[in-house]
Ligand binder design. Structure first.
Ligand code: 5GP
Ligand code: MN
Length: 351
């Protein structure tokens, strides 16, 4: 059950050293909410000592976030360091992470420190952990939840806003809603975005960093995948793209460079379900699922692909070869053929 904002406020007030964690393979929401929280704690009326961390290196399109270069990468630390961090901080804040296991290398150590764990998350498939909780599956993003807390804390004069905080929070709103396009874009989301703009977030600058300013090799890679590695299955209203390791090596891809592909696959006319199968290592395939309309991508990911996520955006993993993963996927899709037959939006004529 959720704690009240007053209870969370007291927890922060009573802490001095705060460790900030989020989920593996950071995205705009985990990076934005964590970095915003870091700034909020530094701007707190009694400033906190905060350690900002990410389980893995941030993708290049997020490395411009204000002061994000101060973050430590968990996968680059020794076990001793991680152990020391969990012990020496008196509060651990875990953001945008639906399962404790998704916090990366530090996850096994958290089990013994659940009594100092504050969790802020918006995933539907959330499995409760930690001692204090602020969870809402209706929120577009963890950044929307952190904004809600921050508006309250500011009204209570507990910290001072700056444009860095507004920028980080707007980033997570933007990325988790696909640029305010997905169905999780609510009135509350747009209201929050407007308020963040009034507090110094610059929509054009943030969109530039997130969606333009793309290194040419990434666009050429996208072109190659769409041209040679994409398969459309009209009978399932599904399209999928295969991303072999050899292709990633040939284009010298960096972490996060494949994340946008699935969104392009979903743009195809007649597609309700888009999938990418990325060979992360030999016999380790990461899958991304995106759907339009009612098809629950998270249920598919959970039931057949050891994963989870949101209704329209989910991920999973298979420990097989890429070829085996494709065969398995095609088998699974057969079971969903009927469920995938729908028009996401009826065309209505305006009289
Ligand atoms: P992506 O395709 O961008 O990796 O993930 C889309 C969504 O699914 C994100 O909200 C992410 O948190 C969730 N997700 C991705 N992979 C997994 C996974 O292995 N397990 C669970 N529970 N959720 C995942
Ligand atoms: Mn999120």
């Amino acid at each position: 059950m959720n704690n009240t904002i007053a209870q969370l406020t007291k927890v922060i007030d009573n802490s001095q050293k705060v460790l900030i964690l989020s989920h593996v393979r950071p995205d705009g929401d985990s990076a934005g909410s964590s970095t915003a929280f870091y700034h909020i704690l530094k701007q707190w009326h009694t400033p906190k000592e905060a350690t900002l961390t990410f389980p893995d290196v941030l993708p290049a399109f997020l490395q411009w976030l204000p002061q994000v270069q101060e973050a430590k990468v968990l996968s680059e630390q020794s076990k001793e360091t991680l152990k020391c961090w969990t012990q020496e901080h008196d509060l651990i804040v875990c953001l945008d992470t639906s399962l404790m296991e998704r916090s990366g290398a530090i996850a096994p150590l958290l089990k013994n420190h659940q009594n100092k764990l504050l969790v802020i998350d918006h995933h539907k498939d959330f499995s409760p952990y930690g001692r204090w909780l602020f969870h809402n599956a209706q929120a577009s993003s963890t950044c929307e939840l952190v904004s809600q807390l921050a508006f309250h804390w500011h009204d209570q004069q507990l910290f001072t806003w700056n444009s860095a905080i507004a920028t980080c929070l707007y980033t997570g709103l933007y990325t988790d809603t696909g640029g305010f396009r997905f169905r999780n874009t609510s009135e509350q989301t747009l209201w929050t975005a407007a308020k963040l703009v009034s507090l110094g977030a610059e929509p054009q600058k943030i969109a530039y960093h997130l969606t333009q300013n793309t290194p040419l090799y990434r666009l050429r890679f996208l072109g190659t995948v769409l041209k040679d590695f994409l398969r459309f299955l009209p009978q399932y209203r599904t399209a999928y793209a295969m991303i072999p390791r050899s292709l990633q090596l040939a284009f010298q891809l960096q972490p996060g460079d494949t994340s946008e592909i699935v969104d392009y696959v979903l743009r195809i006319q007649g597609v309700n379900l888009a999938i990418t199968l990325r060979e992360e290592e030999p016999n380790k395939i990461r899958l991304s699922f995106r759907s339009i309309g009612d098809f629950p991508a998270n249920e598919l990911a959970k039931k057949h692909f050891n994963g989870g996520g949101h209704k329209n955006a989910a991920g999973g993993e298979l420990n097989t070869s890429l070829q085996e993963a494709e065969t398995y996927l095609l088998n699974v899709l057969q079971q969903y053929q009927n469920q995938l037959q729908y028009e996401p939006y009826e065309t209505t004529s305006i009289a």
